[in-house]
Design a binder for this molecule. Structure first.
Ligand code: ZN
Length: 229
């Protein structure tokens, strides 16, 4: 019965590829074979020095940093991230997390990672969207790297609340990004992998990393789904 129902539903509402909107073939799920073969991988994690790690040099001390895909305006990755962020397609995070996780677990420099930390959304934004678009990606990475997914240490705080306690000169600095640490003890001596969907200027990740640095003896690495180029 369920099979027949599925057949009828798929006849009227064929599943479409989240990358190119073409109709999916029977055995394809979420992203078509053509799009999967054309994902613009960076392979940055295969190199000790890479553009992501180098972009943070002199800003914040990191162990390792990588991004899975190249992001181009109007490209397939932009389409995928849009579906993930605004259309509830959290499977995209799972797929990308699997791809990167499979790569990272064979890289010795990522072996010591103990915790995966997502860049948090503000509480109000989270309520509105219903999910953090980085969650499924981070959870998949945690599975592959044998690490713990932790989303109650790094929190995004209300800018207005922060600003009320700051002097005028400091306001500009905190206008966009304010992150705080809760449950300090959880990540003492940890090597964390901070994860996000995209790196553009790196300002958000830098602000997160600087907040996390308040935790004693913490080591920080970064992995994102994509990097804008
Ligand atoms: Zn496609």
């Amino acid at each position: 019965m369920v099979k027949i129902l599925n057949y009828i539903v798929s006849a009227f509402f064929p599943a479409i590829c989240l990358g190119c909107s073409d109709k999916l073939l029977h055995q394809e799920q979420h992203i078509c074979t053509h799009c999967r073969h054309n994902l613009p991988f960076t392979s940055y994690h295969k190199h000790a020095q890479n553009p992501v790690l180098n972009s943070f040099y002199g800003r914040v001390l990191l162990q390792n940093a990588t991004a899975l895909l190249h992001y181009k305006k109007n490209g397939m990755v932009q389409q995928l991230l849009h579906q993930l962020k605004y259309k509830g397609q959290q499977e995209i995070g799972t797929i990308l997390g699997n791809l990167l996780g499979n790569d990272l677990k064979s890289e010795t420099s990522y072996e010591t990672i103990t915790h995966i930390i997502p860049v948090p959304l503000h509480k109000k934004r989270l309520q509105k969207r219903g999910y953090n678009q980085v969650t499924t990606f981070g959870q998949q990475l945690a599975t592959h790297l044998n690490a713990t997914y932790v989303d109650d240490v790094l929190v995004k705080v209300s800018n207005t609340k922060t600003q009320a306690f700051k002097k005028r000169t400091a306001r500009w600095m905190t206008a966009q990004h304010s992150f705080e640490i809760e449950n300090f003890g959880k990540l003492e001596n940890a090597h964390i992998l901070l994860v996000d969907d995209i790196i553009t200027t790196g300002a958000t990740l830098e602000a997160c990393a600087n907040a996390l640095k308040k935790i004693p003896n913490i080591k920080i690495s970064i992995a994102t789904m994509s990097i804008a180029s």
